[in-house]
Design a binder for this molecule. Structure first.
Ligand code: G4P
Length: 527
């Protein structure tokens, strides 16, 4: 086994949440524990503020911040932890989906006051597709939230995941007294801004009088009953089930008060998976293989419009990546090397000499990469499981300046390579259709096409609600369908046929009427 020591040290994960649940705050506390930052407030929120939807300076500023905080690496208890950032704004959800393909596990933050919110639901669907192990952190226990059992039930039902409480909270809001750690069997008393273990007491026996003294008779009695109930129902966490994505351990805490965070982090380093095997079009790739391989899951454009170079984010999947060594770019079938690959150590970029499975590195790109591209030491395969999801808003792209058609096409091609949006071309006609997850992305595209490519465009709203990729064992049936349904038929950027549905009803009707055609809700970028 190659590089075993390096591999088992590493844990790569992402924190996901609905905006405002506390992702940025939790990230910061984790970095403080890891010593990667010294002061609170050092991690900037990558939220695009609600009022700033058309403030492009804000978008540009955000792009700057999100490059800097895309990956934060810190050490904790002999582990090297790569924390991949995900954009807060829902219009950039597609970016988050792709980031989830590059991690081995996830921490989900739920706001105890608001419970499960729309974006959480969709992000969890993506985690479930890949059976990604999830740890849940229920945040803001210092606020008057929902009843904890109702909350657990809501999360289980809404997110379709089985939970396993690791800590139990004693009340919430102004009566919040702390959490009882069911695994370590100790009580952590709540104080704002807990530093370390100073406020935790080990309680061997819950009937000990000390419990009454610390939290009062009533709460002590309730805790005893709760612990008995929860222990009886759940028992010890089955780590194997967690690793299979079947059970999610749950922690209660308050990120802003740094309360309950360490308990979660300690469990994370104990149970979260190291770099995992990856599926490819040819075979399973194991992290401890001698030869390097990796894939691009995110591309960031340069902030300076005069320089079109971009940063491609590569997740190392096997072997050892070395600076200035030639690697095969499988899609282009050419060898390329990188003289200045860099790692992201909490906001500062460092040129690195090598990287190991689980690591994410930034590669300067002059237009060679698109999302899903694979690099190897010569072998030909593509990593799978990096699909495009159906966009939710579709608009026709209208070129306002025919003299700039070439620039526009180049711009659209590059922006779609970056994964900013998806491009479909209508069958029969030549109508270019841009599909995005949110309105904000159309503004970004319009702005960037003008700023970076000098191309003026506008958008015309189209009545579609979903794109489905089509396949069939019978090529003729598929071709006939596409011909009959010209208005709703298109091909994606790679020439794959797509059905654009006006509504769920239309889609279901077509699915029923065309049993020989398969309608797919995601597309593997490489097949
Ligand atoms: P996000 O990245 O998930 O969008 O959330 P973020 O961490 O920015 O937190 C959203 C708001 O919730 C912030 O307040 C933050 O201080 C607050 N918050 C985070 N954790 C807790 C907690 O445990 N308890 C309470 N009561 N609040 C918490 P803000 O007013 O929007 O920003 P700020 O001015 O405090 O930075």
């Amino acid at each position: 086994m190659a590089y075993e020591k390096e591999i088992i040290k590493r844990k790569s994960f992402a924190i996901i949440s609905h905006p405002d649940a506390g992702k940025t705050t939790l990230t910061e506390k984790l970095l403080l524990f890891g010593g990667a930052i010294q002061t609170a407030g050092a991690v900037k929120s990558n939220k695009i503020k609600k009022h700033a939807t058309s403030d492009f300076m804000e978008i540009e500023r955000q792009r700057g911040i999100s490059v800097a905080t895309s990956v934060m690496t810190f050490e904790y208890k002999d582990h090297l932890i790569n924390l991949l950032d995900t954009p807060g704004h829902k219009d950039f959800a597609e970016d988050t989906y792709r980031t989830l393909t590059a991690v081995d596990s996830v921490v989900l933050v739920v706001d105890s006051v608001n419970g499960v919110e729309a974006q959480t639901r969709r992000l969890m669907e993506v985690c479930r597709m890949r059976d990604t192990p999830v740890i849940v952190f229920i945040n803001k226990m210092d606020r008057d939230g929902k009843n904890r059992y109702d909350l657990l039930e809501e999360i289980e039902n809404e997110l379709k995941i089985n939970l396993h409480p690791m800590t139990l909270p004693i009340n919430s809001g102004k009566d919040f007294k702390g959490v009882y750690n069911l695994h370590d069997k100790n009580l952590l008393l709540f104080t704002a801004n807990t530093k370390a273990d100073e406020d935790s007491i080990v309680i061997e026996d819950l009937n000990d009088e000390i419990l009454n003294k610390k939290i009062g008779e009533y709460d002590a009695e309730t805790l005893r009953e709760d612990v008995e109930l929860v222990d009886g129902v759940y028992g010890e966490l089955n780590v194997g089930d967690y690793l299979k994505g079947k059970i999610a351990p749950v922690f209660f805490g308050s990120a802003v008060n740094n309360f309950g965070v360490k308990e979660m982090l300690d469990t994370f380093v104990r149970i979260a998976p190291p770099p995992q095997d990856r599926e490819t079009t040819e075979r399973i790739i194991k992290p401890d293989e001698e030869k390097f391989s990796g894939f691009i899951f995110k591309i960031h454009a340069n902030l300076d419009p005069k320089h079109r170079d971009r940063i491609a984010f590569l997740r190392v999947c096997s072997g050892r990546f070395e600076r200035s060594k030639y690697y095969k770019h499988v899609r282009l079938d050419k060898d390329i090397r990188f003289n200045n690959p860099y790692s992201f150590l909490a906001r500062s970029k460092d040129i690195i000499e090598d990287a190991y499975p689980g690591d994410v590195i930034g590669l300067f790109d002059t237009g060679n990469f698109k999302i899903g591209d694979t690099l190897t030491e010569g072998e030909k395969f593509y990593f799978t499981g990096i699909p495009s999801f159906s966009p939710e808003i579709f608009k026709e792209l209208v070129n306002k300046d025919p003299m700039k058609t070439k620039q526009m096409e180049k711009g659209v091609s590059q922006l779609t390579d970056e994964g900013v949006a998806q491009l479909f071309t209508q069958f029969g006609g030549n109508k270019k259709i841009i599909g995005c997850v949110g309105e904000l992305q159309f503004e970004v595209i319009q702005y960037r096409l003008l700023q970076e490519y000098g191309a003026a465009v506008e958008f015309r709203t189209l009545p579609f609600y979903k794109a489905c990729w089509l396949t069939s064992d019978n090529q003729k049936t598929l071709e006939d369908f596409l011909r009959f349904k010209q208005q709703n038929a298109a091909e994606d950027k790679d020439g794959n046929p797509v059905y654009l549905a006006q509504s769920e009803w239309f889609l279901n009707t077509e699915i029923t009427n065309n049993p020989d055609i398969k309608f797919h809700f995601t597309s593997e970028i490489h097949k």
